[in-house]
Design a binder for this molecule. Sequence first.
Ligand SMILES: Cc1cc2nc3c(=O)[nH]c(=O)nc-3n(C[C@H](O)[C@H](O)[C@H](O)COP(=O)(O)OP(=O)(O)OC[C@H]3O[C@@H](n4cnc5c(N)ncnc54)[C@H](O)[C@@H]3O)c2cc1C
Length: 201
Amino acid sequence: MEGEAESGRRAVRQVRLAGGERLGADLVVMAVGIRPNTDLAQRAGLRCERGILVDDTLQTFDPAIYAVGECVQHRNSTFGLVAPLWEQARVCAIHLAEVGVSRYVERVRPVRLRVSGIQLYSAGEIADGPGREVLVLHDARRGLYRRVVLEQGRMVGVVLHGDAEDASWYLNWIVSREPVGAMRDKLLFGAGAAPAVANAR
Ligand SMILES: Cc1cc2nc3c(=O)[nH]c(=O)nc-3n(C[C@H](O)[C@H](O)[C@H](O)COP(=O)(O)OP(=O)(O)OC[C@H]3O[C@@H](n4cnc5c(N)ncnc54)[C@H](O)[C@@H]3O)c2cc1C
């Protein structure tokens, strides 16, 4: 959100956007994202951009120094969940112990949230952008929202809200990078739509 929340006497009433537009609101949720702390690395003379730059072995620009975790930037990505950090630690440890060769490869990391019965799942690239096609299914009465992002005829991201039972089916499409082909028009209906289309392919 760009802009500012305005207080009423006891609670927020509206949000004023940077362009001057005012939106009524009784709750403001702010997301600040991940900001790697690079202070120590910068003071040590390591090359940093958004995070401490590391190569596929988690080595920084100083060959004597390795870095893993939320503080690093690997191939333009930064990290905010534990799972990729464990993988970074594993690769880094292999190099430090000189027990083999391993490369850190970023994989699609799905995020699943279940809060008070709410099912929410996301994986891959979920933002709109040049060259991307976004398919959306929104059934407000059933509390269902599905968003599928395609790029060059392949699925690159998904958001599921309300019903995330088919999450692994969607993830397979993303990870396999298989062209969606004739499935495009049925993707929003989930795995149940697959057999009919499999026959059509
Ligand atoms: C509220 C919250 C909930 C989260 N929930 C989840 C979740 O459900 N699932 C999930 O996968 N991830 C979750 N995360 C993210 C996860 O906690 C982080 O991705 C993970 O802890 C990062 O590990 P790290 O070792 O890179 O950094 P950190 O855990 O931040 O560790 C860095 C350490 O370095 C120390 N340090 C910093 N500067 C210096 C210095 N100059 N000298 C010495 N020590 C220093 C810090 O004190 C700290 O102990 C959550 C994070 C938050 C904040």
